[in-house]
Design a protein around this ligand. Structure first.
Ligand code: NDP
Ligand code: 2IT
Length: 443
């Protein structure tokens, strides 16, 4: 079978890229019914072309730390597919970054971006630089050195990076400053920019808010709503914080959050303002929460968060953070929905178990598409040289997330997998990219 052959080829070519293979196999496994309906796609060998990035850039980032010591990091930009628009996707700064991780993220981004309905191709980049414990000046010097190489590969019509783990408003500011200086242009080669210099209102909130809009649409479709229910949210970064903020607004009580050191549990409902102060302002540890809220508890193992009894689980930290044993625990404790703010947070075994047990499951490439969707709206505003209000952006975001839910649910049903949004999102994203690739010839 065509899809089995493609998987065997990938395994042979890059046997060590386990995250990439995981992401690619999940998508490829969803596509058998598409190739049955569209033999012309196999003839055009779409999958061999889609699974090979258009371009992979790997570069050295030398910088000098506060003690005058020379440091060297490795960086990447994987320009995966530009069939429907310029390469688009975040930059991740984390010691766990390697080519496999960036390829998995870039590959998923192709389909996620297609689901938004906006003209954006897929890409991802980053570095094994660890921002934890670095001074602002060290982060600035690193970002400047990083951009001194990256600038030649990006541009508003070519490739438009944004943030991801370890890359937030501070890093985007430094990256943009260096890009502008080298190119002598105030052009829009990055999104997630500060509102003061071309960013969009609502981008900071977009992934978390979008996740809740998606969750709300998914529950509504099953005759359920959020009010009065409880949730746990892993992570306490950009996605987790704004997911928690919107959850509270919608009457969903968030009782636990985490960081890479451990998790906090507060049965009164997590105070998001305290989390913001600790993580956004002080760049501190989530453990500090209990000094402000002594009634809350802190546990050292971040994974323990999945043992907290809740109605809804929102993994918003990192890949493979929720494994089969965690899914078992959640199911035993009566969870009704798992919706992914992070990219690929559930392992394949966990996904299977959740679906088999009838848990409502929102896969990341659909449920967390709100961030890149508002990046797309930032690009629209930049092109128009206009700034929309927060309300305008937020209402477009909500509409996009509701459309993504409706489309993925419909496509899943049309292809004989009612309720399986993994299949629905993979096929819906693929169909759009496939149509564009077929129209453009073998390029
Ligand atoms: P941030 O860097 O802002 O936050 C990451 C958070 O996850 C931090 O709180 C970090 O803790 C925590 N974390 C990291 N590893 C673990 C772990 N093993 N267990 C528990 N917590 C952990 O990143 P974002 O919020 O931007 O990204 C989070 C996820 O969402 C990623 O998968 C990203 O790819 C995805 N995503 C992000 C989008 C965006 O717009 N930013 C859009 C769509 C998806 P610590 O503080 O200890 O490092
Ligand atoms: O995973 C993601 O979708 C992001 N990190 C956001 C990408 C973007 O270009 O806004």
């Amino acid at each position: 079978m065509y899809t089995e052959k493609i998987k065997a080829d990938l395994l042979k070519k890059d046997p060590d890229q386990k995250e990439f293979l995981q992401a690619a196999f999940e998508i490829i496994d969803s596509l058998d019914p598409v190739f049955k309906r569209h033999p012309e796609y196999e003839k055009a060998d779409l999958l061999s072309r889609l699974t090979e990035p258009e371009r992979v850039i790997m570069f050295r980032v030398p910088w000098v730390d506060d003690n005058g010591k020379v440091r060297v990091n490795r960086a990447y930009r994987v320009e995966f597919n530009s069939a429907i628009g310029p390469f688009k996707g975040g930059l991740r700064f984390s010691p766990s970054v390697n080519l496999s991780v960036i390829k998995f993220l870039g590959f998923e981004q192709i389909f996620k971006n297609a689901l938004t309905g906006l003209p954006m191709g897929g890409g991802k980049g980053g570095s094994d630089f660890d921002p934890h414990g670095k001074s602002d000046m060290e982060v600035m010097r690193f970002c400047q050195s990083f951009m001194s190489e990256l600038y030649r590969h990006i541009g508003p019509f070519t490739d438009v990076p944004a943030g991801d783990i370890g890359v937030g408003a501070r890093e985007i500011g430094y990256l943009f400053g260096q890009y502008k200086k080298i190119t002598n242009e105030h052009s829009w080669a990055l999104t997630g920019k500060g509102v003061a210099y071309g960013g969009s209102l609502g981008r900071k909130e977009a992934t978390g808010y979008g996740l809740l809009y998606f969750l709300q649409a998914m529950l509504k479709d099953h005759g359920l709503d959020l009010a009065g229910k409880s949730a746990v949210i892993s992570g306490s970064g950009n996605v987790a914080i704004y997911a928690a903020q919107k959850a509270k607004e919608l009457g969903l009580k968030v009782i636990a959050m985490s960081d890479s050191g451990g998790y906090i549990k507060d049965e009164n409902g997590i105070d998001v303002e305290t989390v913001k102060m600790i993580k956004e302002v002080k760049r501190g540890r989530i453990s500090e929460y209990v000094t402000h809220h002594p009634e809350a508890e802190y546990q050292k193992d971040p994974r323990g968060i999945w043992q907290v009894v809740c109605d809804i689980a929102l993994p918003c930290a990192t890949q493979n953070e929720l494994a089969e044993a965690d899914a078992k625990e959640l199911i035993a404790n009566g969870v009704i929905a798992v919706c992914e703010g992070a990219n690929m947070p559930c392992t394949p075994d966990a996904q299977r178990l959740l679906l088999e047990n009838g848990i409502l499951y929102g896969p990341g490439k659909a449920a967390n598409a709100g961030g890149v969707a508002v990046s797309g709206l930032e690009m629209s505003q930049n092109s128009l040289r206009l700034c929309w209000t927060f309300e305008e952006v937020d209402s477009r975001l909500k509409e996009i997330m509701e459309n993504i839910y409706a489309t993925t649910a419909k496509v899943a049903k049309d292809y004989g997998h009612k309720g399986d949004l993994i299949v629905g999102s993979n096929i819906a994203g693929f169909l759009k990219v496939a149509e564009a690739m077929m129209a453009q010839g073998i390029v």
